[in-house]
Design a protein around this ligand. Sequence first.
Ligand code: CA
Length: 550
Amino acid sequence: MMFRILIVTILFSTISIIGQNLDKPNILFIMSDDHTSTAIGAYGGRLASLNPTPTIDQIAKEGMLLENTFCNNAICSPSRATILTGQYSIVNGVTSLGGKVPKEQQYLAIEMKKAGYETAVIGKWHLGILPLAFDYYKVLHSQGAYFNPIFTEKGMLVKDFKAGKKTEKGTIQMEGHSSDCIGDSGLNWLKERKSNQPFFLKLHFKAPHGPQDYAPRYENYLADVDIPEPENLRDRKNNGSIATRGYKDELTKYIGSSVSNRNVLRNNISILRGTNISKEEATTSQIYQRFLKKYLRCVKGVDDNIARVIDYLKETGAYDNTIIIYTADQGYYLGEHDFMDKRWAYEEGMRMPFIIRYPKTIKKGSRSKAIVENVDFAPTLLDFAGVATPSQMQGKSFRPILESGETPNDWKTSAYYHYYLHLAHHHNPAHIGIRTDDYKLLLFYGAPEKEGKMPHTPAAWELYDLKKDPTEDNNVYNNPKYKKVVMKLKSELKQLRANYKDNNDALYYNKIIEEYWDYSPEDYQKAIAISAKAVTSLPKALDKKSKKKK
Ligand code: CA
């Protein structure tokens, strides 16, 4: 009898609470908000020498780094909805902020649960309906605060979600910096869970999203370092078009929020608040240095918190049986083309970091150049969980790429892009595009989702020859040498729009896209006229918007 009890005890103690002895691997999906690959050491960009992310770099060293992962709509809620549903924005309905994914459409969580996983999401959620399909959730209200953030936890009153007030029922306020609170909450959930099932934990940091308020302990981090500037911060060169700059650059002061004081309505001068530099005297260099230091201090806070979670997995023996993924909901501009924020389909915004570690099947220190989209994440995670891609998902599993390092012959050769939220918040015109290994073709159609919601901006196409011009400093759309390339890419783009159901010709903006598809000389004349009108209509419309937002 004693012997049997002993055996049972041994059995139970080896079936760890974090499930490392079960057949299926745990999945830890870590996603931060607006963390561009430029600010991850392993991506080797201009900030790599500052060693901004030692923990994330170590995951890359022990696993695989994807160089060409892209989002289809570089803004928080749409990217999150795409990851959750495996569907493009137009199909899951979250084309802009404020979109909702009902419980029955939270497919990734539903399928993981069916596959025998205990599911949880902790941190930033930013979708209008709570993550009700998860076994556990503890999520920030909307954007969430950097200090003493308020969460809604599973079991609390759902109706108070989004209330965001300390006094509301159904919320819990934690003390400290958001990244530490989210790290603590993730660790607590892992430590306290009772299930023998493998876990699927989505751990979502709010940082380094604006306004990049870092934990006080990082005040001196990089304080004496001169952060390298991108080469195209002070000179936008031939990036852009009449659509993004206006006729003869007449709209540069209104379109695209800037690091410098270029955009008179939305620039980053306010980042100097609290320093001894006045707005009037601020130089681009002072704004840039302050901006980057705040951003990198937030990044460091995320990296340090990931280290804590990894240490715990190591301590409990679950490290090697846990698929660890690091990504962000999209990229971010750290002064490239004098932009801040995301939204644009240029490389720094459209590219997502994607690093994965799972030593059982993924070779350490490997890299892939395969084009992968965020719509492919859910099918891939489900594939690792032993689940075939559900028919309603539009993405495809890239598990074979991760495990073989090879890109299958029938794998996609392009990424699709559509930013719908015309002119909101950071004053970016709506656009669509296609990104292949060699080129990026964009159409800025410059129209709102619904007629009359916002003024039009001039329409134009842009083409970048990425092999020759990886920083997209030279729009070659009008160069006759690229005529054939343009024709081929336009036909591919049209095909993608049909394949992904983003071409409903009853929709207002799709009519505008159609109108400018061939872009005749008359269309250019129309763009000049719209540009002239926008010089007066934009400041009125945008200033009203930014006032309302505050
Ligand atoms: Ca984001």
